[in-house]
Design a protein around this ligand. Structure first.
Ligand code: FDA
Length: 500
């Protein structure tokens, strides 16, 4: 539909009025490919073909963002925003349904200004989480920020979709710690918290950024962490009670003190219990002894370090690296498919036994991640932000990654991920199955455009899995701020039909 009326030459001409030509790349330009691939994380979406953008704009000032939006609307070219390129389904730079789209790449808009007196920071959407962690800690060793475990994830996508990590049991999601933002709306206006109004400010903190505008920068609250934190990683095989420990973990981890985050990674037939404790080793040993003696954690498991080094540990599995690795913007690339879920009641031990023997002993490179909620997560109302999944015990990810190209590898990985997802159905969230929008999954459904309008009825199918009752409010915000549905992708929020 959009392709019929889009005018690429007119669009390029319009861009040239406000953006230097070196920042505008088309498939015939020499550096188009390297720019396109510069932040792509999932190798599944790197192949040439019609799903690629017709234009990439590498904005290096806010005015370039405004120009791109204004020109896109004028000439019928839809714009997708890319910050860190870590979308699981590549929606920031590739398109399954729509041809004739442009990518607005924000990687250069990545300045970070920390106000140490107020413990706040303005962060460009193109910054990575690693850069934010590093800058916060450089300003003060006792500053941290609650966000994800992968340092190359972009601030733009992460904060607009929620942002969960090792500090979330203590401080909530990244989005819960956003206090202001600069947004370019569908009319090309630059808005802040007071000029955008309550509804839009609500929507961009967890509703997925792609539907509402372009968030150029965020003002975040930095949170307090002690000078020294303690981490451990304890690995247990099946013959070391791994299944029994996981079964127990389900009820224990979400009710631990907020200073203690204990996740589980299951990979290569082992369960690894990985922890961040906002305190010293001796206190951690006491706390673990009181709540989870079965794990047998002792002082020997402890590693004490600064909070910023703990973020290195969480990603690399070791803290024997300088904190400067957080500044490396190159992501680890592989082919990837993830499905995720939430758990409300502990899965019975028998279910874990079968899950382990039927599914987890199979592919070497698949991983299952269990991330506990509780604490601050559970004390925030499900409608305070678009992220509604506040009251579950934990989130579950079936994370398959591989390195061989081709349909044989792809098909076997997809069927593994989809098979496990089906297997756990009786034990996980229901009506609807609860999925976190930052773990994007196109299996849940994709938009259909009817006339020139994205169908609300079709979008509800995937939308209520991500947002539950907040979906309708997101659609109402969309109707207000982008009634023509300029900002769209395969899972963007549709406008609310007039009759509702
Ligand atoms: P990308 O640039 O691909 O954008 C993602 C989506 O947001 C797209 O739809 C895009 O259009 C939109 N968008 C991006 N920037 C925008 C902006 N400035 N304004 C408006 N819309 C914008 N999550 C988590 O919560 N905890 C975790 O620990 C991890 N860990 C993790 C590890 C790895 C290896 C991957 C690949 C992903 C994660 N994630 C995660 C998921 C991650 O939070 C999610 O993919 C984010 O959306 C990525 O943000 P990027 O800016 O990198 O993505």
């Amino acid at each position: 539909s959009s392709s019929a009326s889009s005018d690429i030459n007119g669009f390029l001409n319009c861009l040239s009025g406000g953006i230097p030509p070196s920042l505008v790349q088309t498939p015939s330009s020499n550096s188009y490919s390297s720019l396109l691939l510069s932040t792509v994380q999932n190798l599944r979406y790197t192949l040439p073909g019609p799903t690629r953008p017709l234009v990439i704009v590498a904005a290096n000032e806010t005015a370039h963002v405004q120009t791109t939006v204004v020109c896109g609307r004028r000439h019928g070219v839809h714009v997708r925003t890319r910050s860190g390129g870590h979308d699981y389904e590549g929606l920031s730079y590739t398109s399954v349904n729509h041809k004739h789209f442009a990518v607005l790449d924000l990687a250069k808009l990545r300045s970070i200004h920390v106000d140490a007196t107020r413990a706040e920071a303005w962060v460009g959407s193109g910054a990575t989480l690693g850069e934010l962690y590093y800058a916060a800690a450089a300003a003060n060793r006792t500053f941290g920020f609650p966000a994800g475990n992968c340092p190359t994830v972009g601030v733009g996508g992460h904060l607009s979709g929620g942002g969960f990590g090792a500090l979330s049991r203590k401080y909530g999601l990244s989005a819960d710690n956003v206090i202001d933002a600069m947004v370019v709306d569908a009319q090309g206006r630059l808005l802040n918290r007071s000029t955008m109004g309550k509804d839009l400010f609500w929507a961009i903190r967890g509703g997925g950024g792609e539907s509402f505008g372009v968030v150029v920068s965020w003002k975040v609250r930095l949170v307090a962490v002690p000078e020294t934190v303690t981490v451990f990683g304890i690995r247990r095989g099946k013959n070391e009670s791994a299944v029994e420990l996981i079964t127990k973990w389900q009820a224990i981890a979400p009710s631990l003190p907020r200073d203690l985050y204990l996740r589980v990674l299951v990979q290569n037939q082992h369960a690894t219990f990985v922890s961040l404790f906002l305190g010293r080793c001796s206190q951690l040993v006491d706390t673990m002894g009181a709540h989870f003696p079965e794990l047998g954690m002792t002082e020997k498991d402890c590693q004490e370090m600064s909070w910023v080094k703990s973020t290195v540990f969480f990603f690399y599995g070791t803290a024997d690296m300088p904190a400067e690795v957080l500044l490396d913007r190159r992501s680890q690339n592989y082919y990837l498919k993830v499905k995720s879920d939430h758990v409300e009641e502990p899965m019975p031990r028998g279910a874990w036994e079968s899950l382990w023997s039927e599914w987890l002993e199979k592919p070497e490179t698949a991983m299952v991640m269990l991330d506990p909620y509780g604490g601050r997560m559970a004390s925030i109302s499900p409608s305070a932000t678009p992220f509604p999944h506040r009251n579950y015990l934990y989130q579950l990810q079936f994370y398959s990654f591989w390195f061989e190209n081709g349909t044989v590898a792809l098909d076997s990985r997809l069927s593994w991920v989809r098979g496990v997802y089906k297997f756990v159905e009786p034990y996980v969230s229901k009506n609807p199955r609860a999925v976190y929008v930052n773990y994007r999954d196109l299996d849940l459904g994709t938009n259909e455009v009817e006339g020139n309008v994205t169908s609300y009825a079709k979008a509800r199918v995937w939308g209520e899995k991500y947002f539950k009752g907040n979906f309708k409010r997101l659609a109402a915000v969309k109707s207000k701020v982008d009634p023509e549905d300029f900002f769209r992708n395969e899972q963007s929020i549709p406008t609310l039909p007039a009759s509702r």
